[in-house]
Design a protein around this ligand. Structure first.
Ligand code: BGC
Ligand code: NOJ
Length: 817
């Protein structure tokens, strides 16, 4: 069952009922100012950092689920015997609407609703070059007679630090401050501006208003929620000026619309910073100059339409970096629109702010952000470059790294610290992807601090060497890399032994000392060790490349011996040197991660192990909704394994379908040339395919979720934790570089598709290093293999189109077979 449809021409998903199984959200904002917005107008806004600079409040864990947003209320008093109050997004009043449509587009959302022949159209977006969210609200009277209406706006301010805001009431209920100007048209939220803050927020409308409120209690009434505000019921705001308690911004505009008449209002929710020495225009009166400038930039429809056009043009240009036309519309829509869009969102947010990540916990993840780069780097390489430097700056001198950092301060998060032993290698992965995409070797020579301390800086290449050496020098009894607190699988806590509630599974117990080893990190070391060696070669350091390859060889050998279980790769060795993910185990006999990653790294391909490992995955882990992370699920808590065995069977890391590592297996299948199987795996978790059973899947059908409940779970097939997942980047890597087969190498684009035999011919545009490649692939029913490759009319040998400085257009014809 579906709750909407894709409108590919508009690059939108159209939701046709507000009653989706879960809130279906969108992200607004591209650089520093962001909003989350659900299909019922729920959500919140922040500047740069969802924890530290939160503009509006959200209520977590609430009933109903999606509570608090930026709401508009329409009160229709035309027929005094039948007055109605409703919202264009249905919530929070939930008056049944005669018409409802929400369109989530690229960086904007629109709502078109009507009730009793009054139509409201709300367009909301964050413009490219300002720190604000614009809402254009158009009310149309479709009645045969004139209509008497009032429009009320509503946003609830967060007192900036979202964590403190929901805990520290003894202080916060006394600190709230606002200013109101123009009779209420502009409301300034200036809590804490007097002392340590140089920023305030505004909520403004480009019209005279008939009233306003800035005290939540005054607007809602002390016993009401946003579903039944007193002021709206009475039809009159109280012109309250908040002092402490909970400041809000609400404006009231009364309207008398003739039959067929429309009126449009523009609301701006903005973030303003002032220089320290220019904070005030008079004692206690904030300097409003920058706010007035922002307001005047968008005070008319033409300006707003131009800003939206600019946003759309920006996305059109970005998405043109990789564009496919095939006979499969689902692939085209994911590749050309939604998968790339989600890659941008994960790049911006890491795992910080979604409907499942509160924005107050984890900031940017070291491993997460490095992987996000893999799907983002072709979009805006300059931003990827900066991100790599930021991430590397949180590394320690021994190569280990803070597991997370806060985006505002860019400082490592000492609560969680380091000791996740896969982290260092992801830095090589992200950097290598950047250099392959851009050819920019200068980044490797950039001086980068350790733990943000410039006095101990090294070049980025020096950092990569630390990453490489960290793994090379932290090996256990089987010659496999030590796992530390955990590797990619945060829940495999082999050195932790947590027995009491409240002890963090990850950080309880030592990270150094115990000998638990990870076959997954071994796979990473083989893959990214080789990529490190290639970077060393590019810098002319062949000795380092040779040394690296010799180290890689040792780990390769350990993986195919101690890391091999007969039919598949072992997952790990625990602190007692017992196998994890082996036929010897009672539960958790096979894990997905080493099968996918070792094979995609090329391990065991020649020895025939790879083929066996992937067969085992298919036999033991596959389901119709995707490949499970392990089997059999853990039914009891294993102290020596940690959090993985804490989840009920079928959920999360305990035998859930962790979407992130499904593409690893799909890529692994392409390494072996299995186009049919690779694509079959791709389809199982692909949103455009999943859309058909949205009532089971529950999360948004236009983006990936982190997890789908596995076969052991009660709700097999149900998605959880949509949006912020490494699945976005890895799936884009899989479909764009391995299945469709356009892979950036240091020397040029490689063309080597691996598709199902009935995929058909396709054409593809890829922008790369300033040139445009128009690639046409003739499939000839083959799953893999290029028999002829012509570039600008000339046949070339091999798969790589040599990159030639100055050539701006490449016409490429690839014949498979
Ligand atoms: C969750 C994992 C998550 C980890 C993040 C754990 O509590 O179960 O899914 O990856 O925290 O550090
Ligand atoms: C989500 C985390 O953000 C990611 O870092 C981790 O790899 C996966 N969970 C698997 O545990």
């Amino acid at each position: 069952m579906k709750y909407g449809f894709f409108d590919d021409a508009a690059c939108e998903y159209v939701i046709t009922t507000p009653k989706t199984p879960l809130p279906w959200i969108n992200y607004l904002g591209n650089k520093e100012f962001f909003s989350l917005i659900s299909n019922t107008c729920g959500g919140y806004t922040f500047y740069k950092d969802a924890k530290l600079l939160r503009l509006t409040r959200y209520r977590y864990n609430n009933v109903p689920y999606d509570n608090n947003g930026k709401y508009f209320y329409i009160k229709d008093t035309t027929d005094s015997a039948n007055e109605t109050i409703w919202n264009p997004g249905w919530q929070p009043v939930k008056t049944a609407l005669d018409k409802y449509e929400c369109r989530h587009g690229l960086g904007y959302s629109t709502f078109t609703s009507s009730k009793n022949d009054v139509e409201a159209k709300v367009l909301t977006f964050v413009p490219m070059n300002d720190n604000c969210e614009i809402s254009k609200v158009t009310i149309t009277n479709n009645k045969a007679t004139s209509a008497k209406l009032s429009l009320f706006s509503y946003v609830e301010w967060c007192l900036w630090n979202a964590d403190d805001d929901m805990k520290n009431f003894q202080r916060n209920l006394s600190t709230g401050e606002v200013e109101v100007t123009d009779g209420g048209s502009t409301i300034y939220h200036k809590t804490e501006y007097r002392e340590r803050r140089n920023h305030y927020a505004i909520y403004s409308v480009n019209s005279k208003v008939d009233g306003f409120d800035t005290s939540r209690d005054a607007f809602l009434g002390a016993y009401n929620g946003p579903d039944s505000p007193d002021a709206v019921a009475v039809g009159k705001c109280t012109n309250s000026v908040a002092s402490g308690w909970s400041p809000i911004a609400s404006q009231q505009i009364n309207l008398e619309l003739a039959a067929g008449e429309s009126k449009t209002f523009i609301f701006i929710l903005g973030y303003i910073e002032n220089p320290e020495d220019d904070k005030w225009e008079a004692p206690s009166v904030v300097n409003k100059k920058p706010a007035l400038k922002m307001i005047s930039s968008y005070n008319n429809e033409a300006a707003v339409d131009a800003a939206l056009a600019e946003l759309k043009a920006y996305w059109k240009e970005l998405l043109s970096n990789y564009h496919i036309s095939s006979s499969n519309e689902k692939v085209d829509r994911m590749v050309n629109i939604w998968n790339q869009y989600q890659c941008m969102v994960t790049f911006n947010m890491s795992r910080s702010a979604s409907y499942y990540e509160s924005g107050i916990g984890r900031g940017m993840g070291f491993r997460d952000s490095c992987q996000d780069l893999l799907g983002f780097v072709h979009l805006i390489p300059d931003r990827a470059r900066q991100r790599i430097i930021d991430i590397a700056s949180t590394q320690f001198q021994d190569g280990s790294a803070y597991h997370q950092y806060q985006p505002l301060t860019k400082k490592g998060n000492s609560d969680i610290g380091s000791g996740f032993n896969d982290d260092p290698l992801w830095l090589i992965a992200g950097t290598s992807a950047y250099v392959r995409e851009t050819g920019d070797l200068s980044i490797l020579k950039e001086m980068v601090p350790f733990d943000n301390d410039m006095s101990v800086a090294k070049t980025l290449m020096g950092h990569l060497k630390c990453s490489f050496d960290f793994t090379a020098t932290h090996k256990g009894p089987h010659g496999l890399p030590l796992i530390g607190r955990a590797d990619w699988n945060d829940c495999l806590n082999l050195n932790c032994f947590s027995e009491h509630p409240g002890e963090s599974f990850q950080t309880f117990g030592p990270s150094e000392g115990p000998v638990a080893e990870s076959v997954f990190i071994a796979g990473m070391f083989v893959k990214y060790g080789e990529e490190y060696a290639q970077l060393a070669e590019l810098l002319g350091d062949t000795a380092e490349a040779e040394r690296a390859r010799a180290e890689v060889k040792k780990v390769y050998e350990a993986t195919t011996t101690a890391g091999w279980d007969g039919e598949w790769f072992v997952r790990a060795y625990d602190a007692n040197s017992n196998k994890v993910g082996s036929k010897e185990c009672e539960e958790g006999q096979i894990y997905i991660e080493p099968q996918g990653f070792c094979v995609l790294a090329g391990i065991g391909v020649e020895e025939g192990l790879a083929e066996k490992a992937l067969k085992s995955v298919e036999e033991k882990l596959d389901t119709k909704y995707g490949i499970m992370i392990l089997q059999p699920a853990y039914t009891k808590y294993h102290l020596e394994l940690g959090e993985v065995s804490s989840y009920p069977p079928g959920y999360k890391e305990n035998a859930g379908i962790f979407c992130h590592n499904n593409p690893w297996v799909s890529i692994a299948e392409t390494v072996l040339g299995h186009g049919n199987r690779a694509f079959d795996i791709y389809k199982k978790t692909c949103p455009a395919y999943v859309e058909e059973f949205s009532e089971i899947h529950a999360t948004e059908p236009y983006v990936y979720s982190q997890m789908v409940a596995g076969r052991d779970a009660k709700f097999h097939g149900q998605g959880k934790n949509s949006w912020l997942t490494g699945t976005a980047a890895w799936t884009f890597v899989n479909i764009s570089q391995y299945i469709l087969g356009v892979y950036p190498t240091h020397n040029g684009l490689s063309i080597n598709p691996c598709v199902p035999e009935d995929f058909g011919d396709f054409t593809l545009t890829r922008k790369y290093r300033g040139a445009t490649y128009n690639i046409s692939v003739k499939q000839n029913g083959a799953q893999k293999g290029i028999k002829k490759l012509t570039v600008n009319g000339k046949e070339i040998s091999g798969n790589i189109i040599p990159y030639e400085e100055g050539v701006k257009e490449y016409t490429v014809v690839a014949e498979m077979g």
